[in-house]
Design a protein around this ligand. Structure first.
Ligand code: KG4
Ligand code: ZN
Length: 351
């Protein structure tokens, strides 16, 4: 069975084609046949963040050419598609409507069923597309631009949230701190690059909720501490090549990474799990990977990541999540072409 996946929840248009395993194939996991992505970062950069209306219009421009490209690369035609999957939520309502509208229209024209996918489930299952896929059960650290969650994952659709952020997400902490240092949107990767030249111990920044005894996170206070420090260091904190700028970037990254690593290790201990899966855009952060690898090696725990290019939003993870849901019998694709996107949608309710 071939599943076309369409992602349009925020500022990336992603399309992919995945094929479920056939009996006798070496892996029981679905296989990625082709995927294509268009990032809107350049377009939004001038505004310092995502402009929802511009995002929706750009998804409209990109989604069909990307679909044609994916089918061409996979040497398939639209008639070879058995199910059309799309991101149903969470995300920007207008942007989601583009993906769901196109998916439903394509499926209706082909007489094929559709499946709405949870964006975070896409991230969560994206490590199954890697060369070293995990196996259930595991603890997941989901760190995206809008969400930071620790979860116990027992199988497809069997997610128990252990803790989550009570205010800003880790990605937001990266992005908002980066903005204070004059790093263009999206600040996370830029701040990480700056941090490579800096001293992570240069500034003492808070590690919020580190000793809270639960698995919740809070990054809003850290952002305020970075702001206070940035004001003290102004104007050199925004100047290209300034050592204090690199030091503040490294200190900020160290604070975020330490909290993520320690809470993940505590969640592993609490659940008795021996496997950690990291997913979402912040999962691309090299310092986070470096420290998680060290902590997991010490604890005798296996750690899995998505391929670097599949950490941030993409269509492959949406097609993969749909394929895994269908394979696990969690869901049936339906000939019901509704436009009920869910801009807000907790992962542990009704997925
Ligand atoms: O998962 P994602 O693509 O989108 C959401 O679903 O939100 O995550 C985007 C987030 C942004 O906050 C971005 O700055 C952050 O991931 N990010 C990074 C890195 N690459 C992306 N943060 C730190 N270091 C990186 N290398
Ligand atoms: Zn995402």
């Amino acid at each position: 069975m071939r599943i076309l996946g369409i992602e349009s929840s925020c500022d990336e248009t992603g399309v992919a084609l995945v094929e479920t395993a056939t009996p006798g194939s070496p892996s029981s996991l679905p296989r990625l046949l082709a995927h294509a992505l268009h990032s809107q970062i350049d377009m939004h950069q001038a505004y310092g963040g995502v402009v929802p209306e511009l995002a929706s219009r750009d998804h409209i421009r990109r989604v069909l050419p990307l679909t044609t490209q994916v089918l061409h690369e996979a040497a398939c035609t639209l008639q070879d598609v058995d199910v059309v999957a799309y991101t149903r939520g969470p995300g920007l309502a207008g942007a989601l409507l583009v993906g769901s509208g196109v998916a439903c229209a394509l499926a209706a024209a082909l007489g094929k069923p559709v499946l709405g996918v949870h964006h975070l489930e896409g991230h969560l299952l994206s490590p199954f597309l890697s060369a070293d896929p995990p196996s259930f059960p595991f603890v997941a650290l989901l760190v995206s631009g809008g969400h930071t969650q620790l979860m116990r994952v027992d199988g497809v659709g069997r997610y128990e949230i252990l803790g989550e952020t009570i205010d800003d997400a880790a990605g937001e902490a990266f992005d908002k701190s980066a903005k204070l240092m004059g790093v263009p949107y999206p600040g996370g990767p830029g701040l990480a690059k700056l941090a490579e030249q800096g001293d992570p111990a240069a500034y003492k920044l808070p590690r919020p909720l580190l000793h809270s005894g639960n698995f919740d996170f809070s990054f809003a206070g850290l952002k305020t501490a970075v702001l206070t420090q940035a004001l003290k260091l102004s104007p050199s904190v925004t100047q290209e090549g300034s050592p204090v700028r690199a030091d503040l970037a490294a200190s900020t990254q160290a604070a975020i990474v330490e909290v993520l690593v320690k809470k993940s290790m505590a969640a592993l201990k609490h659940t008795g799990q021996r496997c950690l899966v990291v997913a979402g855009g912040v999962g691309a952060n090299r310092e986070l990977r470096h420290q998680l690898n060290a902590a997991c090696a010490k604890a005798g725990v296996r750690v899995h990541y998505p391929e670097l290019h599949l950490c941030t939003d993409n269509g492959a993870m949406i097609a993969m999540a749909a394929a895994m849901r269908l394979d696990a019998g969690r869901q049936v694709a339906e000939h019901r072409y509704s436009f009920d996107v869910k801009p807000r949608w907790p992962l542990d309710t009704g997925v």
